[in-house]
Design a protein around this ligand. Structure first.
Ligand code: MG
Length: 391
């Protein structure tokens, strides 16, 4: 059996790091053949040297220029490419079997679509790809008969529960949520949350944007939108349940009432390894759940009064069109403004709601139209931030 050849875009981020842990564990089954990153070019070089990867892309121009000046950080004979064209090139190299897409933001859209069109398998971590372009990505994947393997723990869990089940057997998807670090705060306590409070997650080790999103449950909202596209489910058949221990990663309820769940400790190596090896399985990077010790699993309904961002994501999904793109853009702008201490924590969902109220929604006919809506929503969100800005 020859090793599956992987291109990893977003190699220096948190998903990239966990992907490398899986790759180190399965050198015979998985081979890293191309890597890309944005700014942290020295770390990218270290990864390229460790895995002897010669196909490299650096998205950021200044970082690319610096890297060219110090080629000793990269393996001899490395082919270093620049920018979006560089990402597109490494994602579609003829030798690549699978693209692992872990770039944060809208940058991942075009390389993902290009890789699908080139017939590559896709392991997808970038939320924006489906939230903005789910319609186009899923249509392209269907046309090429490619499965999109979700790296997000919730969607990966649902994928595993659904695998080989006919769609008519499925009643609903149940996404679990840690509820974030403020799940037990009162509304009053939430008024004084500061960026330094919001940047810590008790269960998961993630980047700053996702950590804040997890605390507001906007992250779960984005995941509801992703689940809609990945599994072709309407919003009324996607539920969210708060599960503070993050052991049950999500569930599927079938028409007969049976519920299947996937359980593992909160480490991204579990969903990443499942996707990379799919449809095979092999020893994991970490030990699994220990049932010899007492294990408590709690579940409760989310409180949309304290976490309105989740309700707004459902609204975006019900409104359809570019609703997901508007929600996502408004949230990004709001979180950035909160981290810069321009607005209060509870203003984050207010900025999202105001932006959704004020941005025109329509059915997009192209990726360019979605990106247009994204840009418009960012402008409107910036004005909304000014409205709520602390004087
Ligand atoms: Mg998740």
């Amino acid at each position: 059996m020859s090793a599956k050849k992987i291109a990893l875009l977003g190699a220096t981020g948190s998903i990239g790091e966990n992907t490398l842990a899986v790759l180190r564990n399965h050198p015979g089954r998985l081979q890293l053949c191309a890597v890309a990153g944005a700014k942290r070019w020295k770390e990218l070089g270290a990864i390229a040297r460790e895995f002897d990867v010669k196909e490299i892309a650096i998205y950021d121009e200044a970082a690319f220029q610096e890297a060219l000046k110090e080629p000793e950080h990269f393996p001899a004979g490395a082919n270093i490419r620049l920018g979006m064209q560089g990402l597109l090139d490494v994602a579609t190299l003829p030798q690549i079997d699978m693209l692992v897409m872990a770039i944060v933001g809208t940058t991942g859209l075009q390389p993902t679509l290009a890789a699908i069109k080139a017939g590559k398998q896709i392991a997808l971590a970038s939320k924006e790809v489906l939230v903005l372009a789910g319609k186009f990505v899923m249509a392209a994947a269907r046309e090429k008969d490619i499965k999109i393997l979700p790296l997000d723990s919730e969607h990966n869990a649902i994928f595993q529960c659904l695998d080989r089940e006919p769609k008519k057997h499925v009643d609903r998807l149940i996404l679990t949520a840690s509820g974030g670090q403020f799940r037990d705060y009162t509304l009053e306590q939430m008024q004084t949350i500061l960026p330094e409070d919001a940047l810590v997650n008790p269960n998961w080790d993630m980047g700053p944007k996702v950590t804040v999103d997890s605390s507001t449950m906007a992250n779960k909202g984005l995941e509801v939108i992703e689940a809609h596209w990945l599994f072709d489910m309407p919003p009324e058949r996607i539920d969210v349940v708060v599960h503070p221990q993050s052991i049950v990663h999500s569930m599927v309820q079938f028409v007969d009432g049976a519920v299947l769940a996937e359980l593992s400790p909160p480490s991204m190596t579990f969903p990443i390894q499942h996707s990379l090896l799919y449809p095979e399985r092999d020893d994991g990077v970490h030990k699994t759940v220990d049932f010899s010790k007492t294990l408590q699993l709690d579940f409760r309904a989310p409180d949309l009064k304290r976490f309105p961002a989740l309700g707004l994501a459902y609204r975006a999904l019900r409104e359809g069109g570019v609703g997901g793109a508007i929600f996502n853009a408004a949230n990004e702008v709001a979180v950035e403004a909160f981290l810069k201490r321009r607005i209060a924590y509870l203003d984050i969902p207010r900025v999202i709601e105001k932006t959704m109220d004020e941005t025109e929604n329509f059915e997009p006919e192209s990726l360019e139209a979605v990106l247009g809506a994204d840009a418009q929503a960012r402008k409107n969100a910036a004005s909304a931030v000014e409205c709520f800005e602390k004087k």
